[in-house]
Design a binder for this molecule. Structure first.
Ligand code: NAG
Ligand code: NAG
Ligand code: NAG
Length: 190
């Protein structure tokens, strides 16, 4: 009996997925007021609603945007411009007809957790690096002059006197960022 539901379930998943492509929770209507400002985090979805009875021509900082179906989706019927995964370079003024909105793409902050000062020789430490909010598919690694981690976890085991004053840098890279985000820490050993 359960097997009867299988094709139904798959159909449901396909319908849900194709709907997700077109829907975006944050829809900002443009109403001719030039001072609308929208703040969105990197990787989020945002949609702008054109004030209709104009030809639907979206512009970013005065330059025409074309529908590429990858980054920009423009529905000429509804007048909606959808950006599925906002990048840092999407910051700017979006206009359509007499409407205008200023999009500010917010970069996440780097959060370092774990102890890295007053370390005791012979102990072991684990220092992790994350971003808040997190960026989907980003790469987080630690670097120093003589070391590259393969994860967001920096493990020092055992701590030695020679680690004192060593600088480690957390590097967050993503296709959505124009430049990697970095945060450096200085180890201190007692
Ligand atoms: C964006 O729009 C605001 C408000 O209309 C304006 O003050 C600002 O100069 C515009 N910036 C650009 C880059 O067009
Ligand atoms: C475009 O918008 C219209 C009106 O809201 C809607 O009926 C149509 O399904 C949309 N097209 C796409 C491809 O999403
Ligand atoms: C648009 O203008 C803003 C404000 O001057 C600027 O920060 C942003 O980089 C510009 N964006 C593009 C894609 O030119």
């Amino acid at each position: 009996m359960e097997y009867c539901f299988f094709p139904l379930l798959i159909l449901l998943i396909i319908v849900t997925l194709s709907n997700c492509e077109a829907t975006c929770n944050q829809i900002v209507p443009l109403n001719g007021n030039p001072s609308i400002e929208t703040r969105v985090s990197i990787g989020e979805c945002v949609a702008f609603q054109c004030t209709l009875n104009h030809i639907v021509q979206w512009k970013l900082n005065g330059t025409d945007i074309s529908n590429d179906d990858i980054h920009y989706n423009i529905n000429t019927t509804s007048g909606t411009l959808t950006i599925q995964e906002v990048r840092s370079t999407d910051t700017g003024n979006y206009t359509c007809g007499l409407g205008s909105v200023s999009l500010i793409v917010q970069k996440p902050v780097i959060i370092v957790t774990g102890q890295y000062i007053n370390l005791i020789v012979g102990s072991s430490v684990s220092i992790s690096c994350t971003t808040m909010p997190s960026i989907h598919n980003s790469e987080v690694k630690w670097h120093s002059s003589s070391f590259n981690s393969d994860s967001n976890e920096l493990i020092i085991n055992p701590v030695m006197l020679s680690h004192n004053n060593k600088i480690f840098t957390c590097v967050v890279s993503s296709d959505l960022l124009a430049m990697s985000l970095t945060e450096s820490i200085t180890i201190s050993v007692d």
